[in-house]
Structure formats: structure tokens, C-alpha cells
Ligand binder design. Structure first.
Ligand SMILES: [Cu+2]
Length: 116
């Protein structure tokens, strides 16, 4: 198993536009990152969220262990969980990328928090 770090680069300033990191697929050693996007935010927003899909076509299990971005002071990988009927975000230490599957970061599920 390998561990990977994700670098999120937005091509546009992070203000009220739909920031599409790259409407194209980026691959590395059988890992394909695609469908990356972020919700539009007001210019004063300090935090943002990014979504993407990672396909693992490598020969084995992979693990996403971190993410970073030049537009955020800190980047965390989060999941959503229902706790007592309330949806809460939780930081996760890693995401297993199962061989032959696509891991989808989407609203209400896994997401990348862009903090600061
Ligand atoms: Cu979050």
C-alpha cells in the first residue's frame, strides 16, 4: 500500500465563482483525480470546501493521507456523520482508496476543507 498526498490547486481566485480546479483528469501511478469542484463563496468567507473523485486503478490499495492548497492556511480531509439527528463534520486521518473503485468526495460525505 502506498500513501499519497493531494495538492489542490485552483485556477481561479477563491471568491464568488464556481472554482473548477481542473475540469480534466489528473493521473499518477494509476490514481486518477477528476470532477474537482468547489462551491461559490462570498469573498469574506474564510473557509471553503472542495470535492473530487479519486479512482484507484493501481495494482493495490492506496491511502490518501493529506491534502494541501496554496489558497488555504490549512487543509483537512473531513467526513460527514449523523450524530443524534444532526449532520456533523469530522476530520479523518486518512481515506482508503480501494483498488478498482472510485472514491467520491461529495456534499454530505467526504470533502476537503480549505481552512483560512
Ligand atoms: Cu468539513
Amino acid at each position: 500500500m502506498n500513501s499519497i498526498r493531494l495538492l489542490i490547486v485552483f485556477l481561479f481566485p477563491f471568491f464568488p465563482i464556481i472554482a473548477d480546479a481542473a475540469n480534466e483528469t489528473v493521473g499518477l501511478d494509476g490514481l486518477l483525480v477528476s470532477k474537482s469542484w468547489s462551491q461559490a463563496l462570498p469573498a469574506v468567507a474564510k473557509n471553503g470546501v472542495a470535492y473530487l473523485t479519486i479512482e484507484n486503478n493501481s495494482p493495490g490499495q492506496e491511502k490518501l493521507i493529506s491534502a494541501s492548497s496554496p489558497i488555504a492556511e490549512r487543509v483537512e480531509i473531513h467526513s460527514h456523520q449523523h450524530v443524534d439527528g444532526v449532520m456533523k463534520m469530522r476530520k479523518v486521518e486518512h481515506v482508503d482508496l480501494v483498488q478498482g473503485t472510485a472514491t467520491i468526495f461529495e456534499p454530505g460525505g467526504l470533502h476537503v476543507m480549505l481552512i483560512g
